[in-house]
Design a protein around this ligand. Structure first.
Ligand SMILES: Nc1ncnc2c1ncn2[C@@H]1O[C@H](COP(=O)(O)OP(=O)(O)O)[C@@H](O)[C@H]1O
Ligand SMILES: [Mg+2]
Length: 594
């Protein structure tokens, strides 16, 4: 078992590093972002001007001597209205421009994670938790949307606003106000950050519990039939509920800590506001400030502290989003063990010679599965592999397909080591009908076309005929458009195998691999399919892992695998004459058939 499929995110440094990783995805729209930022600044300047103009208006209205012109307050009021409108309008322009940036980044990242998951090797996927991974991606992508939106719509504007207000306060009023504002903001940020750090653990616990319960639910629903066979609905429900309970507890802790956080924030802000207004009021009574200036100060206090209140929520959610994004990027950092060599070449369309040179392999170091296998298959030959269940036949196919690399020895196709060619060109040369066929939850036609999406209607029909599927399909009310159900479970085992065969026929690769492709068929259907396989395999190199020996008596060579070793090889009659392993297997099957 490899380690590190699912890194322990507890120790993962969630930081601004996350933002840096997002950067490349944003560069695509740098002009759009620049313009959005300009709109943002314009909107902020307009909004900072609003209390200013309002204060001037109050002072104008407050003038006692009659020479005051009516025109001035009227102009000011109109300016006030215009500024308000500008604040909103430029904010909207900014949103319009930036929305597209966010969505494009979400799309790009979602796609790259998806592609990356497909590039990971079979080992990752065998030990994956589909539900959990899906949830991680979902949360990561929405985290990106949140993070970007709030960076642009909240964090940056708040800082700009504070900056502008500080400039105005120190120019128009005293440094005392500036000092109070800055002190309050510093305290506020320290408290928010500290309390949030402390809370992060609870948020993570809640997320983990959420992923876990989701994994359980998906796994349980995927195994619907098994659950029924064993009457284990109650057990499944109980397991699910245990995880939901864990989630509930984590959420409760989460909420309590949120209460503490918000309470502290409110205390800091309320104190600062009160002190500032007291100070301003005193100054008015002593004639140091006009009434207009008092309203101006009040307006600014509101304008700064209101978003600051929101800032706590945003900071917290941002941390949460960053944790989610980090977890998603963690998936991106998973490295496949099997990948193209740096100098990998393209395997040209194969002639079809396959050579195993002292190939050994183990899934786990303590259990050797294949032991120093050597054999050669010449182009166009049909070779059968036989042996008891668990002797390593399917593993041999997986090595050839390079799902795994041998732990020792080499595999060559047309004299090229398969390690030195690209995975894509290698796999293009091979068609596999696997032991357990899993179909996509779409129509039969689409499942077959998966072998070659560009195949013509005639080719599809020919594949159906070759795989002895035409009669079956004709008997279906919806014919080729019949939906096969999740993983193809609406078809019988034999029907599924025939779909898989048709699919491979459509792919038309030079090398064909059949892994007990007829194990789910009755003898009659098997004979038909074997005839089809022979037809298809006629001028192809093919490896047939045989379930019933009677189907491969005409093979050019038969490899007998026993406990990971080739104990015998040769043609049917020669092997029978040897009276060894093969003869014993043959005898066993002959007698069981009678
Ligand atoms: N992914 C895996 N991890 C660990 N062991 C495996 C894995 N796949 C197969 N095995 C083990 O390797 C042995 C050979 O398996 P396989 O090649 O499927 O046998 P066969 O196809 O001949 O029945 C079996 O004992 C099986 O338990
Ligand atoms: Mg097998």
């Amino acid at each position: 078992m490899r380690h590190g499929h699912f890194p322990d995110y507890k120790n993962e440094q969630v930081s601004w590093k996350t933002l840096r990783q997002l950067w490349p995805y944003l560069l695509e729209f740098r002009w759009r972002i620049s313009i959005a930022l300009i709109f943002l600044i314009v909107a902020k300047i307009a909004s900072v001007a609003v209390p200013f103009v309002f204060g001037l208006t109050v002072d104008q209205l407050n003038l006692t001597d009659q020479q005051a012109l009516v025109a001035i307050p009227v102009t000011l009021v109109i300016m006030y209205g215009t500024l308000r409108l500008a604040t909103v309008l430029f904010g909207e322009f900014r949103d319009l421009l930036f929305g597209r940036v966010t969505e494009r980044a979400m799309r790009r990242i979602g796609l790259s994670v998806f592609k990356h998951l497909h590039s990971l090797d079979i080992d990752f996927h065998l030990s994956r938790r589909t539900g959990g991974v899906a949830r991680d991606i979902e949360r990561g992508v929405s985290g990106i949307s949140f993070l970007l939106r709030f960076m642009v719509f909240n964090i940056v504007p708040v800082f700009l606003e504070v900056l502008f207000v500080v400039i105005i306060f120190q120019a128009k009023f005293s440094w005392t106000f500036v000092a109070i504002i800055l002190l309050c903001i510093v305290l506020y940020i320290i408290w928010t950050a500290k309390a949030t750090e402390w809370r992060t653990d609870y948020i993570r616990q809640a997320n983990e519990a959420d992923s876990k319960s989701n994994t359980t639910a998906v796994d349980s629903l995927l195994n619907y039939e098994t659950v029924k066979y064993f009457n284990n609905e109650e057990y499944e429900a109980q397991r699910y509920d245990e995880q939901l309970a864990e989630w509930e507890v984590a959420r409760r802790k989460n909420r309590l800590s949120l209460f503490a956080l918000n309470g502290g924030q409110a205390l800091i802000v309320a104190t600062a506001m009160t002190v500032m207004l007291l100070l301003a009021a005193t100054m008015v009574t002593q004639g140091e400030l006009t009434l207009g200036q008092f309203t101006m100060i009040n307006g600014y206090i509101m304008q700064i502290f209101m978003p600051l209140n929101f800032f706590g929520f945003v900071y917290r959610e941002m941390k949460g989003s960053m944790a989610n994004i980090e977890k998603m990027f963690g998936l991106l950092r998973e490295q496949p063990q099997i990948s193209d060599a740096i100098d990998a070449t393209t395997l040209p369309p194969a002639k079809g010679q396959i050579e195993f040179k002292e190939v050994s392999f183990h899934y786990h170091p303590n259990r050797e599965i294949l032991k120093s296998l050597s054999f050669t298959i010449k182009p166009g030959e049909k070779v059968a592999v036989v042996g008891r269940s668990g002797s390593g036949k399917s593993t041999l196919v997986k090595l050839l397909y390079r799902f795994y690399d041998p732990s020792a020895g080499n595999i060559l196709i047309d004299d090229q080591n398969i390690k030195n060619v690209t995975l894509e060109s290698l796999r293009q040369q091979m068609g596999i009908v696997p032991q357990d066929t899993v179909l996509f939850n779409t129509t039969i036609a689409e499942n077959i076309r998966y072998g070659n999406p560009n195949a013509s209607e005639a080719a599809l029909q020919a594949a159906l005929d070759h795989a002895y599927l035409s009669d079956f399909v004709a008997s279906l009310p919806d014919g080729l458009n019949t939906m096969v159900g999740e993983r193809g479970l609406k078809l019988s085992g034999g029907e599924k195998q025939r779909v898989a065969i048709a699919r491979t026929i459509l792919k038309q690769p030079p090398i064909l691999l059949f892994d007990e492709a007829t194990s789910s068929l009755d003898s009659k259907a098997e004979q038909n399919i074997m005839r089809a396989i022979k037809q298809v395999a006629k001028d192809h190199t093919s490896i047939i892992i045989a379930h019933r020996l009677s189907t491969i008596i005409d093979a050019d060579n038969i490899l007998v695998l026993h406990q990971g070793e080739i104990v015998e090889q040769g043609r049917h009659q020669a092997l029978l004459d040897k009276n060894g392993h093969y003869a014993a297997l043959w005898q066993a099957q002959q007698s069981s058939q009678e």
